[in-house]
Design a protein around this ligand. Structure first.
Ligand SMILES: Nc1ncnc2c1ncn2[C@@H]1O[C@H](COP(=O)(O)OP(=O)(O)OP(=O)(O)O)[C@@H](O)[C@H]1O
Ligand SMILES: [Mg+2]
Length: 253
């Protein structure tokens, strides 16, 4: 793999190499997949449905133990490390599927984002207040069961929860599926600012290719469980849509 200027190997905080993973014995969903996340940068993973994008994030976060390959975090081997240890090591994960407890209040759901962190009550309060400032809807609905919120509102609470630990590395799976355009725009702005201003290393999986590419610094096009094409923003120049469409829908897509 050639690494382009500005995306040096040594600068990557999260590095996956040659990942092979699957759910059923004998069936590999990820087939020799490698990718990187760099501080201050958004790496974006796009590809057709069922190609293994969500599986990649699960394998990185420890929900699925890779059959082969390595996951390195700041140079340390974390392959197959369990999710709560990954959280403790500063990696957060926003799953594609809804993950709030519908019968618990919004505030209780948020607090669960800190279950593994040994923080004082005052610190929990401070972090909650921060989340409420960033996500006013979470504040407004804080005493309501999460299941009573709209899909988009629930997504915002999930994002708020995953950010409570102030993770330096953030794995995001389809942040805006089913969310209205206005809220989606806010969410992409937030993700961009998490990288640009807060310096987080972000790996973003998205079907909303247009919005994701608008904020991406580096793109991986995944097909059949491995990277078919990759490149920095400079690679795709002005015409990101056409390039990605060509990558995605070329023969074998
Ligand atoms: N828990 C599971 N058990 C068995 N097979 C699974 C499981 N989760 C996913 N798969 C299979 O793994 C393959 C890749 O699924 P994955 O969810 O990673 O795709 P994806 O690229 O995220 O797709 P989408 O864009 O639709 O979200 C699919 O064939 C899917 O059926
Ligand atoms: Mg998916």
């Amino acid at each position: 793999m050639t690494v382009e200027a500005g995306f040096a190997e040594g600068d990557a905080v999260l590095a996956a190499d040659g990942l092979v993973a699957g759910y059923t014995p004998g069936i590999d969903i990820l087939r020799d997949l490698s990718c990187r996340a760099w501080p201050h940068r958004i790496s974006c993973v796009v590809g057709p449905n069922g190609t293994g994008k969500s599986t990649l994030l699960k394998a990185l976060f420890g929900f699925l133990r890779p059959r082969n390959g390595k996951v390195m975090l700041r140079g340390a081997d974390v392959t197959g490390t369990e999710p709560h240890h990954m959280l403790g090591a500063g990696v957060a994960y926003l799953p594609q599927r809804p993950s709030l407890f519908p019968h618990l209040t919004v505030e209780s759901n948020l607090k669960l984002g800190l279950w593994h962190a040994r923080v004082s009550k005052a610190e929990v309060r401070r972090k909650l207040e921060q989340a409420y400032t960033r996500f006013p809807v979470a504040h407004e609905k804080r005493n309501q069961p999460a299941g009573q919120l709209s899909g988009g509102q629930q997504r915002q609470v999930e994002i708020a929860r995953s950010l409570l630990t102030e993770p330096p590395v953030y794995l995001i799976d389809e942040p805006t599926a089913g969310i209205d355009p206005r809220t989606s725009e806010d969410i992409y702005e937030l993700i961009a600012s998490l990288a640009r201003d807060a310096g987080k290393a972000i790996l973003l999986v998205d079907q909303d290719i247009k919005s994701a590419l608008a904020i991406a610094d580096y793109v991986y096009v995944v097909k059949n469980g491995s990277v078919a094409s990759q490149g920095s923003r400079a690679t795709f120049g002005g015409d990101t849509d056409a390039l990605v469409a060509r990558w995605l829908y070329a023969s074998g897509g």
